[in-house]
Design a protein. Structure first.
Ligand SMILES: Cc1cc2nc3c(=O)[nH]c(=O)nc-3n(C[C@H](O)[C@H](O)[C@H](O)COP(=O)(O)OP(=O)(O)OC[C@H]3O[C@@H](n4cnc5c(N)ncnc54)[C@H](O)[C@@H]3O)c2cc1C
Ligand code: SF4
Length: 479
């Protein structure tokens, strides 16, 4: 913090009246913004313009990072904002929640030389936040609407990115989503402390103002079949994500207060958005004053432990059957959780859930790492006679997600899916085996990342536009 800022904060504590306080808040904002601006400029000027931009190569969107860093260093923020938006539909969201240590920042040449990475994600967010505050980010204005329509199933990042790109070209777009709000896991998965929901709402509002239609609380399969939707639109995109929680089959599984992670996180997000949530208000999905055990060491597990801490749980423990080095979750998230008071029990595996009607404790066995399995990771093996019991009022299972049975759910048995249940596509065109039906995001990749969903959404838009153009030409020739 600069000396000027510190001086200002000390002044702020001696506020005599309301008017002065208002003025000081304004002054504070100005000084704070200036401070952030200086920080962003300082970080941006650290970019070595290395010539082989590994950061750009390792960003799934191939963002033009060196060029926008240069523009920030030169204080040309409006141009930086334009450049950032040319490859990314949600730069401030990616800037906040991409695992940069595995993507752009982890591959920064300065980081590789051991001098600490340029903070690319936060600069991307800074540029876009500035764009919003200066009103540089505007709804799409199309010159002429094309008389062809696209139906998009799923309002997560893949569906939203595809919709935006196709709308820019002039197509009529309708997005169908089974939840009450658009955003997919950006709204009802990722916790508020990682991604503020207003940032998602701001994006979807912009798309509405751009002429894209949203049909919420509309479940494809229940309200309409895929074949009916195909008749309604010239092309379709399926971007429904993966939502079937993996379960752990143990004695006592039926006990109350053993919850899937997504139910716990969705309830918490809904409360954060001001909704009434019966099962939170009656305590079932609220971790307050409870001894909470989270099973699983991935990113969803980290979101659950950190949410439970914020709900004032009495204690929060995380069980993971391998050791810290082999945890799938981001090292940064594990570190944050540890700092916040989460206790990690590495090499620990639940064996049995104990209780009469609801969970009271978990029988846990110690594990050791054996020889590597086919994936190359050391296989966890139980240590005989090492069992111990842990008290629990709530157990959250965070073991990952699988696709739902889409052909059955959609009433479309001819839709081709893989053994894992993900939709099979032609990798070049992203089209499924059903003509004019494309697919993108987690439902194709399996559980992945927001930035990959955006990439898929953009790529599918390119393919859909090509398909629609050809369809139009064929109909002209036939006429
Ligand atoms: C707890 C959690 C935390 C995460 N944290 C991060 C993170 O920090 N960083 C990161 O990059 N990624 C994170 N991810 C992953 C990321 O959220 C997903 O990869 C991404 O949202 C996938 O986008 P998508 O558009 O494919 O699907 P989704 O975001 O899942 O959206 C799919 C949409 O389809 C709708 N839908 C489904 N079925 C139907 C139907 N039959 N009819 C109509 N609508 C339907 C759903 O309601 C939903 O709105 C996290 C995931 C979880 C679960
Ligand atoms: S989109 Fe993600 S990976 Fe790409 S530059 Fe931004 S933060 Fe890095």
């Amino acid at each position: 913090m600069t000396e000027k800022m510190l001086k200002f904060i000390s002044l702020k504590t001696q506020m005599p009246n309301k008017r002065a306080s208002k003025k000081r808040t304004k002054d504070f904002k100005e000084i704070y913004n200036k401070f952030i601006n200086e920080k962003a400029k300082e970080q941006s000027s650290r970019c070595s313009q290395c010539g082989v931009p590994f950061c750009q190569i390792h960003c799934p969107l191939h963002n033009n990072i060196p060029d926008w860093l240069k523009l920030v260093a030169e204080n040309r923020l409006e141009e930086a904002n334009e450049l950032v938006h040319s490859t990314n539909n949600m730069p401030e969201i990616c800037g906040s929640i991409c695992p940069q240590d595995r993507l752009c920042e982890g591959n920064c040449v300065i980081e590789r030389a051991g001098h600490g990475t340029v903070t690319i994600g936060s600069i991307e967010k800074y540029i876009t936040d500035t764009g919003w505050s200066k009103n540089w980010i505007k709804p799409i204005k199309i010159l002429k609407e094309i008389d062809q329509s696209v139906g998009i199933v799923g309002a997560g990042p893949a569906g939203l990115a595809c919709a935006e790109e196709l709308r820019k070209l002039g197509y009529k777009i309708t997005i169908y989503d089974r939840y009450d709000r658009p955003g997919g896991l950006l709204i009802y998965g990722i916790p508020n402390f990682k991604l503020e929901k207003f940032a998602v709402e701001r994006r979807t509002d912009l798309l509405k103002k751009s002429g894209i239609k949203f049909k919420q609380n509309f479940e494809v399969g229940r309200n309409i079949t895929i074949n009916e939707l195909r008749k309604k639109h010239d092309a379709l995109l399926i971007a429904t994500g993966v939502y079937k929680s993996r379960e752990i089959n143990l004695p006592g599984n039926h006990l109350k207060r053993i919850l899937p992670a997504i139910d716990f996180l969705r309830a918490s997000n809904k409360k954060g958005l001001g909704d009434k949530v019966k099962n939170f208000d009656n305590g079932i999905l609220d971790a307050k004053n409870k001894d909470v055990i989270v099973i699983g060491g991935g990113d969803t597990g980290m979101d659950c432990v950190r949410t439970a801490i914020r709900q004032n749980a009495k204690s929060v423990k995380c069980l993971y059957r391998r050791d810290k080095e082999n945890m799938p979750g981001s090292a940064r998230e594990v570190h944050n959780a540890e700092e916040e008071g989460v206790e990690f029990l590495w090499l620990s595996n639940p064996k049995k859930f104990i209780g009469t009607s609801q969970i009271e404790s978990v029988l846990v066995e110690r594990m050791k790492l054996g020889v590597p399995d086919l994936s190359g990771r050391k296989k966890p093996e139980s240590v005989p006679g090492s069992d111990f019991e842990l008290k629990a009022d709530m157990v959250i299972e965070a073991l990952g997600f699988d696709p739902e049975d889409l052909p059955k759910l959609f009433n479309s048995v001819d839709l081709s899916v893989s053994k894992l249940g993900t939709i099979k596509i032609n990798l070049k065109t992203m089209e499924t085996n059903l003509s004019g039906v494309f697919a993108a995001g987690d439902i194709v990749r399996g559980a992945s990342l927001v930035v990959w969903a955006i990439r898929d959404g953009r790529d599918s838009a390119t393919s859909i536009a090509k398909y629609l153009e050809q369809k139009k030409q064929k109909s002209v020739i036939a006429a």
